[in-house]
Design a protein around this ligand. Structure first.
Ligand SMILES: C[S@@+](CC[C@H](N)C(=O)[O-])C[C@H]1O[C@@H](n2cnc3c(N)ncnc32)[C@H](O)[C@@H]1O
Length: 276
């Protein structure tokens, strides 16, 4: 089985020239590829990309990362040089400066939805997670511009954060908006909504906590509905089907706009963790 770390392209998340961790002059931080390692069963759910940060995003990353950002430890990577080292154990109170109900957004992209929802919901904290740095820069620039104190970002594979950093029963909600659809059948194993991942997310949710997914990929929507409905610890808040778009309070994102433009229907699913 191919795993996250068998793929050298995964090294793109932490590289030299990264505004978060400026490259050392002696180039010890040149991009390095992960060395072979023991397989550990986590499949890469994201597309490796090397998009450049815009000037605004790079500026936000340089100035604001110490306050807003957290780097997720990947215990199987061997390229953790001091400058690119992950942060210590995930400590949400330290990151946010308070203890409030926490909403985790998996694959926050450019962070438009995260910023919008956090602005409308100041009593809860919002953590946007992605492997791609420019989008995180965009989100913290939005947070600064809007004066949002309840937004933070984490860079890296959210599966490690969920597995190793988030306590059982501790999340108020998990948002998965327009996850990579991996349309080819041989790539379906990379979809983030799978029984195992959903069981992990459900475990990390507090009783009554919500898992909200959205997609513009009809066949993935069916898979989501099947997988979420089959999880014994989750309950569909909208009968046996999809949630009405106007009932979910989710801002429109770039991916949604593109799906609508291309004539794809949008499906929202909102499930709740059944209380103990
Ligand atoms: C198709 S984009 C959608 C972005 C955003 N939610 C929106 O609606 O515009 C999916 C995002 O999920 C991120 N992603 C996928 N798997 C991830 C993982 N395991 N950990 C962190 N981010 C992940 C990708 O990097 C990508 O930015």
């Amino acid at each position: 089985m191919e795993t996250v770390h068998d793929d050298p392209a995964n090294a793109d998340a932490i590289t030299a020239g990264d505004p978060i961790r400026p490259a050392a002059p002696d180039s010890r931080l040149a991009p390095q590829h992960p060395q072979p390692h023991a397989r550990h069963g986590l499949i890469r759910t994201f597309h490796p990309r090397r998009g450049r940060a815009s000037a605004t995003q790079a500026d936000a990353l340089t100035r604001l990362w110490p306050e807003y950002g957290y780097i997720i430890a990947d215990p199987h990577h061997s390229y953790h040089t001091p400058e690119a080292a992950p942060d210590g154990p995930f400590d949400r109170e330290r990151l946010f400066g308070r203890r409030a109900p926490l909403v985790l957004e998996i694959g926050c992209g450019m962070g438009e939805a995260t910023a919008e929802m956090a602005a409308a919901d100041p009593a809860r904290d919002y953590l946007g997670v992605d492997v791609h740095t420019p989008g995180l820069g965009n989100l913290i620039a939005l947070a600064e511009a809007r004066g949002l104190t309840n937004v933070r970002v984490a860079r890296g594979d959210v599966l490690f954060l969920l597995r190793d950093g988030i306590e059982s029963g501790s999340l108020a909600a998990v948002h998965v908006f327009f996850p990579d659809p991996w349309p080819k059948a041989r790539h379906h194993k990379r979809r983030i909504i799978q029984p195992d991942t959903v069981a992990l997310i459900r475990d990390r949710l507090a009783p009554g906590g919500r898992l909200h997914c959205a997609t513009d990929w009809a066949e993935y929507a069916e898979q989501m509905l099947e997988v979420l409905s089959a999880d014994p610890g989750l309950r569909n808040l909208h009968g046996a089907g999809y949630a009405p778009r106007d009932a979910v309070g989710r801002p429109v994102t770039g991916y949604e706009r593109r799906g609508v433009r291309d004539g794809r229907p949008i499906a929202d699913l909102v499930f709740e963790k059944i209380g103990d």
